[in-house]
Write a protein that binds this ligand. Structure first.
Ligand code: KMH
Ligand code: ZN
Length: 276
């Protein structure tokens, strides 16, 4: 089977130090967490940034500083900024990191109820505009799918010739009002993907490692990190993102999957661009 790509979502926008004191806010903390995840085996860092007090921001300057700091400690790692940002941000605000022309960025493929009255809004116009800007800037989108209908949005993007190469998905399972995290749910989503596709999976909260195992067995890839889950096991807080990645590495080895390096990840995902 293909080598396993591990993505570490080290920071997120909603998770706080109250959930786990190791959640990074400052640039030094973000760089510490990226280093730990990279050294444990992550080849992609999915990146949100915060002000020092933890407030989520999509500031281009803050991303630039964070990316530089991460490159200093994990020189070959692929950095994938979020264009999801935090609930309530404008489309312009969310797209700021694209102007830094990262190799990849997330592209959220539909609207989702997050609970507590929060709605993560991604209209058809928003999704197509983000896709078009990523195409123009040569950025590979990771297509974030929280429910089955969002794959229909990807078909629309393909019809509009807004995607280059093999589409790469992140199938997010176990959000409050999105796709549940049963094995049958994952099978259904994978079965519904365009052919060819590549996919990684994210299991939210207690679903992190069961989803990871299912994805490893199915030939998919895995995302873990504080953005999605702060526990190493039931009732045990992870001390770092590195511990979460390390657990995926152990599971993968037991299940017979080798871990992809950043360079191997670039080959698998067709990230062609020369590195600076
Ligand atoms: N924080 C969520 C509102 C992404 O990174 O693209 C959106 C999110 C998805 O985290
Ligand atoms: Zn994110």
């Amino acid at each position: 089977m293909e080598k396993l790509i591990i993505t570490a979502a080290i920071c997120g926008a909603e998770v706080t130090k109250e959930h786990n004191p190791a959640v990074p806010y400052t640039i030094a903390e973000i760089s510490r967490e990226a280093k730990a995840a990279y050294e444990a085996g992550a080849s992609i860092i999915h990146l949100h940034v915060r002000e020092d007090n933890g407030t989520p921001t999509q500031s281009k300057q803050r991303f630039a500083i964070a990316i530089e700091a991460i490159k200093a400690v994990a020189p070959s790692v692929i950095i994938q900024p979020s264009t999801g940002g935090a609930v309530g941000m404008s489309d312009e605000e969310r797209q700021q990191p694209l102007t830094l022309q990262p190799e990849m960025a997330t592209l959220d493929c539909g609207t989702l109820n997050f609970g507590r009255g929060e709605i993560f809004t991604n209209s058809e116009d928003t999704v197509t505009q983000f896709a078009s800007n990523m195409q123009r800037l040569g950025i590979k989108p990771e297509l974030e799918v929280f429910d089955r209908g969002m794959i229909q949005m990807v078909h629309r993007l393909q019809e509009m010739s807004l995607l280059e190469g093999t589409p790469h998905f992140n199938l997010v399972l176990g959000t409050l009002f999105g796709m549940p995290a049963g094995i049958a749910d994952l099978l259904y989503l994978v079965d519904s993907l365009p052919n060819p596709s590549t996919f990684t999976t994210t299991g939210i909260g207690r679903h992190a490692f069961t989803t990871a195992c299912a994805s490893i067995l199915m030939g998919g890839h895995v995302r873990v990190g504080f953005e999605d889950n702060v526990y190493l096991a039931k009732g045990v807080l992870a001390r770092s993102n590195g511990e979460l990645v390390d657990k995926v590495v152990r599971l993968a080895k037991e299940l017979g999957r080798e871990i992809a390096s950043p360079q191997e990840t670039r080959m698998i995902l067709g990230l062609q661009r020369e590195q600076s």
